[in-house]
Write a protein that binds this ligand. Structure first.
Ligand code: MEV
Length: 289
């Protein structure tokens, strides 16, 4: 007998880091995911084919007993690149266990049960990644117990994801911003205000783009960008993107470029290929295209 669960990956359109301190953020699910398959079997709980890792083991133990479970992971999500791989794992684990035990979970229950697992990975997560992973679609999120969620309808724009090739450590990056408070408080406030403006322009890529580029500039002031991320943002803007920013915790990982159609995406993809940068085009998953 086995149980299977899936968690979506995500991209943050605007508001990462500030969301940890109660400001709103906008994020959307992407069509990349983690699938967990659970089986009951004797012996220590472990992931098949995966070297033992203290943080992964501790996260598993938030959802599963230390013995009696075999875990199989299949993921199309890059790890540590800002696309919500740990949240997708937490959501998939919770769902797999519920399926195996014949329980149905709504998105709120999934969120509540997956958060302890996400805390093992990230220490002080806002919950944004888990909320998007559990729900899909595009949401405006404000931290809280429970968080405030508003489903959003994005316009017909798409994004190109550009990969620095380096991973960032979300827990370290979030702790770094915490250590720079209260000095960075005005920057966090400005990011929160930018999110409100983005909410008013979600169907207008030409107005939205510059707000995303401004978000990148503010994230640089927070100290979470890198020269590689800045270069990817410049590459995307030079190739005609309407806006570009790092996406996720930063310190490596990915940047996203906003484009309004396939031709725009093709231009950024071609520039990325010329520069030897891995890239892919996507749209918010789980909303009408
Ligand atoms: C990480 O994907 C997003 C951060 O805002 C952290 C969080 O919201 O928990 C950097």
């Amino acid at each position: 007998m086995s149980g299977t669960g899936i968690g979506w990956g995500k991209l943050i359109l605007c508001g990462e880091h500030a969301v940890v301190y109660g400001h709103p953020a906008i994020a959307f699910a992407v069509d990349l995911s983690t699938r967990v398959t659970l089986t009951r079997r004797p012996g220590p709980t472990a992931v098949a084919g995966c070297p033992s890792d203290a943080r992964l083991t501790a996260a598993l133990h938030e959802v599963l007993e230390p013995t009696g479970w075999g875990v199989r992971l299949d993921s199309t999500l890059p790890i540590g690149k800002g696309m919500g791989s740990s949240a997708a794992l937490a959501v998939a684990l919770v769902r797999a266990r519920a399926e195996l035990e014949g329980r149905s979970l709504d998105a709120d229950q999934t969120y509540a049960q997956a958060m302890p697992c996400e805390r093992v990975f990230h220490g002080n997560p806002s919950g944004l990644d888990v909320a998007v992973s559990a729900r899909g679609g595009c949401i405006r999120f404000t931290r809280g117990t429970p968080p405030t969620l508003q489903p959003l309808t994005p316009g017909r724009w798409r994004v190109v994801v550009l990969d620095t090739g380096a991973a960032g450590d979300t827990a370290e990056l979030v702790a770094g911003v915490a250590a720079r408070r209260p000095g960075v408080e005005p920057v966090l406030q400005a990011i929160g205000a930018l999110v409100e403006r983005c909410c008013g322009h979600l169907d207008d890529a030409r107005a939205l783009g510059p707000l995303l580029t401004e978000n990148h500039r503010l994230l640089g002031k927070l100290g979470v960008s890198t020269p590689e991320l800045d270069d990817l943002v410049a590459l995307a803007l030079d190739a005609g993107a309407l806006g570009a920013k790092l996406a996720g915790a930063g310190g490596g990982g990915v940047a996203l470029a906003l484009v309004d159609d396939t031709a725009g995406a093709d231009a950024v993809l071609a520039a990325a290929e010329r520069a030897g940068v891995p890239a892919l085009a996507c749209r918010p998953a789980g909303v009408p295209s």
